[in-house]
Design a protein around this ligand. Structure first.
Ligand SMILES: Cc1ncc(C[n+]2csc(CCOP(=O)(O)OP(=O)(O)O)c2C)c(N)n1
Length: 292
C-alpha cells in the first residue's frame, strides 16, 4: 500500500513547488498557504477514505483537495482566478471544492472547518447515509471555542467524524510555546469528550496510515468520532512561497531530516508533464464574467 501512495505524495509536493516557483509572476490571484513538509498526513488519511466520504479543510488545503481526488486543472485555474476553476475563479486557493469526490470545501476562518464538517456529518446521519467525514485543521484551531463545541456535538451524537489535527507548531509566526500551556494535550481534550484520540508522527506515511486505519475502523463500526493529532512541520512561510524567516535554523534542520519525501526516488516525468498541462490550462482559461 505504501508504494502506491509514494506517487501521490511526490505529486502533491511537486504541484506546490511549481506554485511557489511561479508565484512571483503575479498571475495567481490570491495568497497561497503551502503545506510543503506536511503532505504525508493528507495522503495517508485520504487513502482510507472512500469516494463518497466527505472531507473539509482549511486555508492550507491544496494537499487535502488533491489527496481526496480533487481535479488538478481546476485547482490551478482557481488559483489563477479563472472561470474554469473549481469555485469558478471567485474563491482562490483558500476556497477549494470538488463535490464530485466528496471534497466539500475549505474555509480560511481558523476553526471553521470543524462546525462545517460536523454539520455535514450530522446531515448525512439524518439522511441515513453511511459516509464518514474527515475534518482537517491546524493546532491553532484547537484554541478556538468552536473546537470544543464541535467535539461535544460530534461525541454526543456519535457522528462518524475523523478529526485530523495537523500540529505544525505554528499559528502564523507564533510558536506553540507562546499560545498553549505545555501540559495541554490535544488528544486529552478529545478524550475528555469520551472519544477515541490518537497521536503520532505525521511525517511517517506508514504511521499516518496505521493510525488512520485504527480511527476509521472505530468510526465505521459505529463507535463515534475519533481525533488524531499528527506532529508535522511546515517548510515554507505561513503564507507565500518562501522559507519561513522566523523558524529557528536548528529546528528547520531537525525537521528537514524528517521530511516525508526523504529516500523516495521515482520517475517523475509524468508528474511534471501533468503539472505543466495544468498551468497551461489555467493560463489559457478565461476570467469569470463580471457579476451584473
Ligand atoms: C478566526 C480567525 N482568526 C485568525 C485568523 C488569521 N489566521 C489565518 S491562518 C492562522 C493560523 C492558523 O494556524 P493553524 O490553525 O495551526 O493552521 P496552520 O496555518 O498552521 O496550518 C491565523 C491565526 C483567521 N483566518 N481566522
Amino acid at each position: 500500500m505504501i508504494e502506491t501512495l509514494t506517487r501521490p505524495l511526490v505529486r502533491i509536493r511537486r504541484v506546490e513547488e511549481a506554485i511557489a516557483a511561479r508565484y512571483a509572476e503575479g498571475q495567481m490571484r490570491c495568497p497561497v498557504h503551502l503545506s510543503i513538509g506536511q503532505e504525508a498526513v493528507a495522503v495517508g488519511v485520504c487513502s482510507h477514505l472512500e469516494p463518497q466520504d466527505y472531507a473539509v479543510s482549511t486555508h492550507r488545503a491544496h494537499a487535502h483537495y488533491l489527496a481526496k481526488g480533487g481535479d488538478l486543472n481546476r485547482m490551478i485555474a482557481e488559483i489563477y482566478g479563472k472561470a474554469t476553476g473549481c469555485s469558478e475563479g471567485r474563491g482562490g486557493s483558500m476556497h477549494l471544492t470538488d463535490l464530485s469526490v466528496g471534497f466539500l470545501g475549505s474555509t480560511p476562518i481558523v476553526g471553521g472547518s470543524l462546525p462545517v464538517g460536523v454539520g455535514a456529518a450530522f446531515g448525512a446521519h439524518l439522511q441515513g447515509e453511511s459516509r464518514l467525514t474527515a475534518i482537517f485543521f491546524g493546532e491553532g484551531a484547537t484554541e478556538e471555542g468552536v473546537f470544543a463545541e464541535s467535539l461535544n456535538f460530534a461525541a454526543l451524537k456519535k457522528l462518524p467524524v475523523l478529526f485530523v489535527c495537523e500540529n505544525n507548531l505554528y499559528s502564523v509566526y507564533s510558536p506553540l510555546s507562546v499560545r498553549q500551556p505545555r501540559a495541554r494535550s490535544i488528544p486529552a481534550l478529545a478524550r475528555a469528550h469520551g472519544m477515541l484520540a490518537l497521536q503520532g508522527d505525521g511525517n511517517l506515511l506508514e504511521e499516518v496510515c496505521s493510525l488512520t486505519k485504527q480511527g476509521v475502523d472505530h468510526i465505521r463500526k459505529g463507535h463515534g468520532p475519533c481525533l488524531i493529532e499528527f506532529a508535522t512541520y511546515r517548510r515554507r512561510e505561513h503564507c507565500g512561497p518562501h522559507p519561513d524567516p522566523f523558524q529557528p535554523e536548528e529546528e528547520v534542520a531537525h525537521w528537514a531530516l524528517r521530511d516525508p519525501l526523504r529516500g523516495i526516488e521515482i520517475d517523475e516525468s509524468e508528474i511534471h508533464a501533468e503539472i505543466e498541462a495544468a498551468f497551461a490550462f489555467a493560463r489559457e482559461s478565461p476570467f469569470p464574467r463580471r457579476a451584473s
